[in-house]
Design a protein around this ligand. Structure first.
Ligand code: NAD
Length: 258
């Protein structure tokens, strides 16, 4: 049985009720995990308020700001985890960012600044959070990140985010190799396209979704809760032999050639 009772799970990347991280948080909660939620702070405190209201029914025992571009916030987030929980079992890395200009048109016009920013927030952040989680995962653990097909194949307009996802998927393998001896598993879920705040920045996202609905074996795309179910599985003992993998939750789209 899928049971996460007694597991402490830190979930990053909830922005609103469309976020994939929200789907994951709900399913981890349903499986009995004790939740900690991070949010991306803004000057007016809007995100804090919005996310706090959304996650309240899940009774998170920890709610902290964590901008992955801010080393001090990462440090303080994991210090809080150490102080309040003592150990961490599950880390959900469910965040990414690239400027809207980078997510439409020719890939070759990717700017140096846009490239650096996308790779830093969307890929390097997993290295940072993994490093911070490592000493707290004293009883083993599971780290799950979110990737997309655009990291292995060319998807129009996905551009620099495809490069970031390729780097992210390789980060998964290097981290899995390093953390495996302490029984920490690291995996990625490659989700099919879902309408969210982040995906709305990708040019032609609705066309991408319609295309998947026509082509994918299941003739639809996936939901946040389906991704959440897979994340809960990967974080559970049912997946105890799985690490360093990219698991496709995409209604089968990635297997199709024509
Ligand atoms: P979303 O907009 O709901 O989530 C993105 C999150 O990233 C937000 O919560 C945002 O606050 C956070 N974020 C951005 N910059 C950050 C920073 N500097 N520090 C901390 N957090 C930051 O969109 P989503 O689609 O749920 O995206 C979640 C993950 O799923 C991303 O990695 C995305 O690439 C991936 N993914 C999305 C799809 C899709 O179609 N929506 C498909 C496959 C993979």
């Amino acid at each position: 049985m899928l049971d996460l009772t007694g597991k402490n799970a830190l979930v990053t990347g909830i922005a609103n009720n469309r976020s994939i991280a929200w789907g994951i948080a709900q399913q981890l909660h349903k499986a009995g995990a004790n939740l900690g939620i991070t949010y991306l702070p803004d000057e007016k405190g809007r995100m804090e308020k919005k996310v706090a209201e959304l996650v309240e029914p899940l009774n998170p025992s920890l709610f902290v700001p964590c901008n992955v571009q801010d080393d001090a916030q990462i440090k303080s987030t994991f210090e809080t985890v150490g102080e309040k929980w003592g150990k961490l079992d599950i880390l959900i890395h469910c965040l990414a960012f690239a400027g809207k200009d980078e997510l439409t048109g020719d890939f070759s016009k990717t700017s140096r600044a846009g490239f650096t920013q996308a790779l830093e927030i969307s890929a390097y952040s997993l290295v940072q959070l993994g490093a911070a989680a490592k000493p707290l995962m004293t009883e083993g653990g599971s780290i799950v990140t979110l990737t997309y097909l655009g990291g292995v194949r060319v998807i129009p307009n996905y551009n620099v985010m495809g490069i970031a996802k390729a780097a992210l998927e390789m980060n998964v393998r290097y981290l899995a190799a390093e953390l495996g001896p302490q029984n920490v598993r690291v995996n990625a879920i490659s989700a099919g396209p879902i309408r969210t705040l982040a995906s709305s920045a990708v040019g032609g996202i609705l066309d991408m979704i319609h295309h998947v609905e026509e082509i994918a074996p299941l003739r639809r795309t996936v939901t946040q809760l389906e991704v959440g179910n897979t994340a809960a599985f990967l974080c559970s003992d049912l997946a105890s032999g799985i690490t360093g993998q990219v698991l496709y939750v995409d209604a089968g789209y990635a297997i199709m050639g024509m």
